[in-house]
Write a protein that binds this ligand. Sequence first.
Ligand code: IPE
Ligand code: IPE
Ligand code: MG
Length: 249
Amino acid sequence: MNQIADLQNISKKSVPAHVAIIMDGNGRWAKSRGKPRIFGHKAGVEAVRQAVSFACKNGIKVLTLFAFSSENWRRPDDEVSGLMELFTWALGSEVSKLNESNVRLKIIGDRNVFSENFRRKIAEAENKTAGNDRLLLNVALNYGGRWEIVNALQKIAGKINSGELAAGDISEQLLTDNLEIPQDVDLLIRTGGEKRISNFLLWQLAYSEMFIPDVLWPEFTEEVFKEAVDYFASRERRFGCTGEQIRGE
Ligand code: IPE
Ligand code: IPE
Ligand code: MG
């Protein structure tokens, strides 16, 4: 019974606590303008600013942005190196603004493959914003949902080997606690029109609502974010229950 009351409360919320965005369509946006793909990635930085600004103003607590997947290394070398340069530049240029807006930045994904210089910049940006609590901004870089789950299992296995945990302690909550992101996603937005997850937050997306606006990432604005949140507010989230149970009828 208590569990249903909890689900009713979650279902009533009209503002999603955790929004995740697959920022797709930069390449097509650039191509349609006769420009190289990196031009679209650069234009996407302004869309990121719009997303962060909307989240800050509207009480969203966690915003998770997919910037580079563990599969994106398969792209042509010049695009990959252009993206790495852009991420390094954006970290430097945006961190003070994030700090002023009381936003905490966290980079998620396997950072071991990045250069020492880039890893240091990431750590500096995270440390600088560590005390901020208006919005937690997770940026997924070299991130894959499968990698995250395997990484969590390796951490758990290590604790079992050392005797800190027993195999019987393994539970959904324990796995959740060992992920990069423990919060369930309430609303997933994917620009660019594709209706797929592309190895994003596989565990955390279990019960999220999905919104796929008809825009490419560089065209994303606060107005589009508002449409997504309005859509979210109109949904009845049931979590396996019936509509009557959720509405308390
Ligand atoms: C998303 O835009 C950005 C990254 C994957 C880094 P794309 O570059 O995938 O854009 P499209 O899908 O080719 O248009
Ligand atoms: C997903 O977009 C990854 C990011 C937005 C960073 P992709 O463009 O890589 O996805 P697929 O390959 O079309 O599924
Ligand atoms: Mg794409």
